[in-house]
Write a protein that binds this ligand. Sequence first.
Ligand code: NAP
Length: 265
Amino acid sequence: MKIATVLRNDDYTREVEERLREKLSANQERTCRFVKDVSEHPDLVLSIGGDGTLLEAVHEYGFEPHYVGIHTGHLGFYADWRPEELDEFIHALNHITPLIAEYPTVQCRVTAAGVTTSKWALNELVIRNASLSTLVARVLINGEEFETFRGDGLIVSSPSGSTAYNKAVDGAIVHPSIEAIQLSEIASINNQTYRTIDSSLVLPKHHEVELIVKNPKIMLGLDREQAVWKDVQSITCRVGTDKVKFARYRKLPFWGRVRKAFITD
Ligand code: NAP
């Protein structure tokens, strides 16, 4: 089995990875070979750190490998194992056929200065005005005019991203088995002149939302990546055809994670 690792940049995480490498190299029951990058096509990518580390891993390795998260901080949404469970994890690797949980992504096409670029996110796409003034964007759903948004920004999140930025703006939490995207507002202006729906919208697979941007420069965020884009005419988002595949060697139900993360551990 070819294994790659992606680490959070701290000493404790590096120490956990070192221990894991030693244990896997000494593993008698299954041959594990560590590889360095995507060109070597790893079967399994181990993300050691937090949910942010997993986002980095999926953008580095894409949709081909299976992912497993080991969390070296608080319990994450994308990580199943704690550092003190490395032996248990290796035992599972040797003896259990994992269930593959496929998480939907947000797929988008960004048209800027006449050029269309395809992008994707596991958590979300975020747009904001590049300066502190209001973002103005026409919102079309399945090609039909829906509203004109004025405010700080818009988030289009995946189900697994619904517990991240989307939740902080009161979006709904969506189970990752539901193939949907969610459009949420960041501080919309609602008064007698301007009006938005002021609720999050959950769109099913095959529906699409188009944002026609009026500002000359916007800040576009895709998971961890953020960049200023000029002359953006439109951004179209839908449920991605590619999914991120997580290898689940044991059960850790989603709603249990939600409870542990936001109510009580
Ligand atoms: P960061 O600002 O260093 O951390 C953002 C926090 O979001 C971390 O605690 C991270 O968990 C957590 N997180 C990431 N994905 C999550 C998910 N699917 N469900 C629940 N929590 C999640 O940024 P980062 O580590 O590079 O992560 C990028 C993400 O930050 C973005 O995708 C966006 O969702 C989120 N973000 C949130 C806000 C907000 O809530 N107001 C604002 C900007 C960005 P770990 O500590 O385990 O890594």
